[in-house]
Ligand binder design. Structure first.
Ligand code: NAP
Length: 245
């Protein structure tokens, strides 16, 4: 069985490692957003497929798909649902659960709402929302002393009051506390990414009494089976393999 694994997440890399160890013919797919991505083991292809049409054509080379992209990578997930439905290729969504809600957090339904909220809550926001979303924070936070953390610098022209730090998780509580102390962050903004990779910033904010703005997850596409763990995804792949053997 030939499996296409839509990745770009730690779960996808973990799943790829298990599948390669189990001798499953898996190809991981990355969007190609960053210059030096963390590569999974096994076969890797990089770059978009060319929308639903391109993905439909690509699926001729695969028997099943696991979509393990980030919970905020809605476009890719929607394309996977459409292309798999059109071709009859079985699809599984592997999605890490969101963080357990905390009553002290301030929730926002969009990046723009999060920017406005952060602008009211503090003067020195710490933005951990990804390079692609930074532009959406400019209108509300142009004059704030923002610290923006990204994996790779954006092309965006940053205001003089903004400071950029490039790094990649996982992070530690000590490191996050030091970073937020040095910057004197007075509000943290994050997506509800879930998982443990970026959790220490939430602990650091709590210990420093810094308010947190959490951007809610967008609604996931319907009509797709969803599992939350790599183990469950492995079980599904095994079921599919039996169907193909
Ligand atoms: P997106 O908005 O959902 O996707 C936009 C387009 O990028 C897709 O239509 C597809 O292009 C291409 N693409 C996305 N993921 C791909 C993949 N795994 N393999 C091949 N093509 C892919 O995605 P995004 O939010 O920009 O995320 C891009 C990648 O970064 C994903 O792999 C995701 O898992 C990872 N990531 C995203 C976030 C986040 O917050 N969004 C955070 C961490 C990691 P075509 O239409 O041409 O096929």
């Amino acid at each position: 069985m030939r499996l296409l694994l839509l990745g770009g997440t730690s779960e996808a890399r973990d799943l790829a490692a298990h599948l390669v160890a189990g001798r499953v013919d898996v190809t991981s797919s990355l969007a190609g957003r960053v210059a030096e991505p963390r590569l999974p083991v096994g076969k890797v292809r990089i770059g978009g497929f060319g929308g639903v049409t391109g993905l439909r054509s690509a699926l001729a080379g695969y028997d099943a798909v696991v979509d393990a992209t980030h919970p905020f990578a809605l476009g890719m997930s929607a394309n996977a649902v459409a292309a798999c439905a059109a071709t009859g290729v079985p699809l599984l969504r592997l999605e890490r659960p969101g963080w357990e809600p905390d009553e002290t957090w301030h929730y926002a339904d969009s990046h723009e709402e999060a920017a406005a909220l952060a602008g009211r809550l503090g003067n020195r926001p710490f933005l951990t929302v990804g390079r692609q979303e930074l532009a959406r924070f400019l209108p509300s936070l142009r004059r704030h002393a923002v610290l923006a953390r990204v994996v790779q610098a954006p092309e965006l022209a940053m205001p003089e009051t903004w400071e950029l730090v490039t790094s990649r998780g996982p992070y530690t509580l000590a490191g996050e506390t030091l970073l937020m102390r040095e910057h004197r962050s007075d509000v943290l903004v994050t997506k509800d990414s879930g998982g443990t990779y970026t959790w220490p910033k939430m602990e650091a904010a709590a210990s420093l009494d810094v308010p947190v703005v959490v951007i809610r997850r967008p609604a996931a596409p319907d009509a797709v089976r969803v599992v939350n763990t790599v183990e469950a995804a492995l079980g599904w792949v095994k079921e599919q393999s039996c169907a193909f053997s």
